[in-house]
Ligand binder design. Structure first.
Ligand code: FAD
Length: 579
């Protein structure tokens, strides 16, 4: 019997172990999902173009590939299994909840068989998680009760930091024996600065759309109702494994040094700052998460510098003024960096290009290396497992009973609030906004305004090039909307103060961040206090909101009346698209 590996559109990696010993690869490009909702044109272009490039690359490597275009997986399987229902299909367990079982049923109904394999595109496995969670919970990490109940409350809860330390210990990443390199697990306190006015972020690596991407994009525009910028002007995402490797090299070479320090900053007109921009490639499978983690670790070994050592003045002259730690500059090994693959889109898939002269590259402070690694083996893996554990309750969790519709500004970007129009603008233009815009602007505003978490989740899912159900749902419903307390004990809610501290937006915004009430006051402020008051019953008791509730308690009735009035006005303006 022929063995067939069916790979999904987010499993596009030609170096998977699962590809060993298979006779044929099946890819089904299903379109129906995108007929039902307006996805960002760049997201559809990215996924379909990456699938088509992957098909061609596998064929070039001598693989027998069947590539089907269909309305649904069921229809694709009808065609595939029509004349070979005997085929043994294998599939890496999809990241999306319940999808493995659903797809197996589709195959079995048509007379075939489907074996589910471990998903190799995550670093840690469900068994790794159970080992950690089981030790902690003393019950194997899970009982038979749903983890998240219908009212959003969680039977058990998990914290990223504990998981992250466990994974560092188990994998040895950035470890010095049993101790974390540098002595601290987490250098986040160094990662909360905003750049000086004259600082220029490193250039975004651009992967110019090739013929196949252009053709795919023209078809997407023709075939689907899309949302966001439907030209290809801002589209520069890697669509092949070679480009994804070049994107990683460019990140490690140019962006990593300043990643840490400005990780939480927001600057008007700068959507990307020093973020890695790697999530689209990692989530498609074009990069295995081991690769960015190892590359960052190696860069630290060869170019490492003390925590906080990034100097923005050095960025201007290529970083040659700063020095790496002596202890590390003697270390061998390259970073696998392709010399200029990113900028000109050259194919770096041949792999081990020599790192070149590391001395010419800016040093990598420990807080930057640790910061990226925590995002990847901490947050990314953590979110995946929390999702696995907390579904299906997680998707509909809404412990604060929020039910408002998203304001129209989330769709058209039309608002005078500079932080919000910037963040929505980035999503419309690129299908991307960085972490702090996602958390502290887009979801924070929706949270304190009162948006239904499920609706917000859908908006993120449609609009972002890196969005999949397994990753938006814990991030948006649990972290951003506090629909459940499964992964945090308090909401990520804040007033305009946070945006003011971390950005340069407020200075040029027509709203006044220092005012809470009255016309022209920053909308975040009244919404924030009103949110705390409205949700007092759930939030006061969490134990971590004590300070905030002492401020709530200090406001008198007259102040509350004004706050209420301003919050109501803001809600009306937002709902009618006039904010
Ligand atoms: P960097 O800042 O460079 O971080 C490096 C990598 O760490 C990312 O590429 C990503 O793979 C990983 N990472 C960091 N934080 C998280 C996290 N919380 N969950 C999962 N991975 C993480 N990430 C997605 O991949 N897809 C989403 O649809 C998505 N939606 C989000 C929605 C909200 C409301 C929030 C708060 C976060 C969301 N994130 C999502 C997480 C994070 O914001 C993005 O991974 C990150 O902004 C992607 O940009 P980057 O590659 O430049 O990230």
């Amino acid at each position: 019997d022929r063995t067939v590996l069916w790979l999904l559109g987010d499993q596009l990696n030609p170096d998977l172990d699962a590809l060993d010993d298979v006779d044929e690869v099946l890819l089904i490009e299903a379109h129906g999902f995108a007929d039902r909702k307006p996805y960002h044109a760049h997201k559809l272009t990215l996924v379909f173009s990456a699938m088509r490039h992957f098909r061609d690359e596998l064929r070039e490597r001598g693989r027998d590939v069947t590539y089907l275009e269909a309305e649904s997986f069921g229809e694709g399987l009808d065609e595939f299994l029509a004349d070979r229902s005997e085929a043994d299909l294998r599939l890496m367990r999809p990241a999306s909840h319940g999808a493995g079982e659903r797809l197996r049923e589709l195959v079995v109904e048509r007379g075939g068989s489907l074996e589910l394999l471990e998903n190799e595109l995550f670093w840690t496995t469900p068994a790794d998680w159970r080992e950690w969670a089981g030790e902690r919970d003393g019950e194997g990490g899970g009982g038979s009760e749903p983890l998240v109940a219908e009212d959003g409350t969680a039977e058990r809860s998990y914290r990223q930091e504990g998981w992250y330390r466990h994974v560092r210990r188990e994998t040895g990443v950035l470890m010095d024996g049993d101790e974390p390199v540098g002595g601290e697990w987490n250098y986040d306190d160094l990662n909360q600065e905003t750049p000086p006015d004259d600082w220029e972020p490193p250039e975004r690596p651009r992967f110019e759309p090739d013929g196949l991407t252009r053709e795919t994009h023209a078809w997407v525009r023709d075939r689907f109702e899309t949302w966001g910028d439907d030209s290809l002007d801002g589209f520069a995402w890697p669509v092949t494994r070679g480009e994804a490797r070049a994107a990683l090299d460019a990140f490690v070479r140019d962006r990593l040094p300043s990643f840490g320090r400005y990780e939480d900053a927001m600057t008007t007109g700068e959507p990307f700052l020093s973020h890695s921009l790697l999530s689209p490639a990692i989530n498609l499978g074009l990069l295995d998460p081991h690769e960015p983690v190892r590359a960052v670790e190696e860069a630290y070994e060869t170019r490492g510098a003390e925590p906080g050592a990034y100097d923005p003045d050095d960025a201007a002259d290529g970083g040659s003024g700063a020095t790496t730690l002596d202890a590390f500059s003697a270390g061998g090994g390259g970073t696998d960096a392709a010399e200029s693959g990113a900028a000109d889109g050259a194919d770096a898939s041949d792999g081990d290009t020599d790192a070149g002269d590391d001395a010419d590259r800016p040093p990598v402070p420990l807080n930057a290396a640790e910061g990226v690694i925590r995002q990847l083996i901490g947050w990314r893996e953590f979110m995946r497992h929390v999702y696995r554990e907390a579904m299906p309750g997680l998707a509909t969790a809404n412990q604060l009973d929020q039910s408002r519709e998203l304001p129209p500004a989330y769709w058209d970007g039309d608002t005078d609030m500079l932080c919000l129009s910037e963040a929505v603008g980035h999503v419309r233009e690129y299908g991307y906004a960085h972490h702090i815009e996602r958390l502290m602007v887009l979801s924070n505003f929706a949270l304190i305004y009162g948006v239904d978490p499920g609706e917000l989740n859908e908006w993120f899912h449609l609009g972002f090039v890196d969005a999949y159900h397994w990753v938006t749902t814990p991030n948006v419903v649990a972290m951003g909307s506090f629909g459940t307390d499964v992964l945090s004990s308090k909401p990520y809610a804040s007033s305009g103060n946070y945006v003011n501290r971390m950005s340069d937006h407020c200075a040029s915004c027509p709203y006044t961040v220092s005012r809470t009430t009255g016309e022209g006051a920053c909308p975040f402020n009244a919404l924030y206090w009103d949110f705390l008051k409205e949700n007092e019953e759930t939030l006061r008791g969490t134990g971590r909101m004590g300070l905030m509730y002492s401020h709530v308690d200090n406001k008198d009735d007259a102040e509350w009346a004004e706050i209420r009035e301003r919050a109501e006005t803001v809600r009306e303006l937002a709902a009618s698209g006039e904010l």
